[in-house]
Design a binder for this molecule. Structure first.
Ligand SMILES: [Mg+2]
Length: 276
């Protein structure tokens, strides 16, 4: 097996573990947001175990890349990947939404590795832009990556940040859109459509690339090709499926968030198959 094949295989296993640990956290709490956590799992695996330059044993390392999960309701997937990468203990996953736990419904900077409290949607790209400016002003090399949700893009603040980022470029700033086409109350196209989305971002001065957000090879290829243009911020539109990996939860707003009892948990875990 080549090094690249071994990398892709390892990343696919990490993504499956993010999904398993997402369900584990949700089961511990009895409920939470699964749809947008499961759609983002492959992207998070590629970011944390391939793309981002991080030191889990030194989470505040000044030269680290910055990652902001702007779609903060996907915090179970973030908690899972932080545990898998070693920022927090494995037992952290079982504390999801427990009394006085740092692992809440949305990311909290009290958790090692979390850069921003998010979940009030539409703020992550502006703060990420500030982080990218900070890198440039300090003459540093670290990069900033912001993960956006599609429903979130209905917030006007994203477009202000997009406009400002293009104006202030060059910046080491990448936005990744987890484009699962579903938001809390329905399909995005029916609630408030975004298309033609790539054209809109290009018109705002961004370099845009699209990929299948569940095809690990395509994700790694896209991340390795960053920045897509030296003088523009980059957007990766990752086409995903909400609730990916759980047949009953895919492509429906009903599993944006929901209850997770024993029956749901066991069904979801069984569908993911045996760990490698
Ligand atoms: Mg969505």
């Amino acid at each position: 097996m080549s090094n690249r094949e071994a990398l892709l295989r390892a990343l696919r296993e990490q993504a499956l573990d993010i999904r398993r640990n997402t369900w584990r956290a949700l089961h511990a709490a009895g409920s939470g947001h699964m749809g947008g956590s499961l759609s983002a799992a492959d992207l998070l695996a590629a970011l944390y175990f391939h793309h981002l330059n991080l030191r889990p044993e030194e989470p505040d390392w000044p030269e680290r890349d910055r990652f902001v999960l702007s779609k903060g309701h996907a915090n179970t997937a973030l908690g899972a990947v932080l545990a898998q990468a070693g920022f927090v203990d494995d037992g952290f996953i079982d504390t999801f939404y427990a009394y006085e736990s740092r692992f809440g419904m949305h990311p909290d900077i009290k958790v090692p590795g979390v850069e921003m409290c998010t979940g009030a949607l539409g703020h992550g790209l502006s703060v990420g832009l500030g982080m990218a400016l900070g890198s440039r002003l300090q003459g540093k090399d670290w990069r900033t990556v912001v993960m956006l949700g599609d429903g979130e893009l209905q917030e006007g603040s994203n477009w202000e940040a997009a406009m400002a980022a293009a104006h202030l470029a060059p910046l080491r700033l990448t936005a990744i859109l987890d484009y699962n086409k579903v938001q809390q109350s329905g399909h995005v196209a029916e609630m408030l459509g975004l298309e033609p989305l790539a054209d809109k971002w290009r018109a705002f001065g961004w370099s845009v690339r699209e990929c299948d957000g569940h095809d690990m090879e395509a994700i790694v290829d896209a991340l390795d090709a960053l920045p897509a243009a030296p003088d523009k911020p980059s957007l990766l539109i990752a086409h995903t499926v909400k609730g990916k990996g759980a047949s009953f939860a895919e492509d429906t707003y009903l599993w944006h968030n929901n209850l997770v009892g024993d029956e749901v948990y066991e069904k979801a875990i069984a569908e993911l198959g045996e760990p490698a």
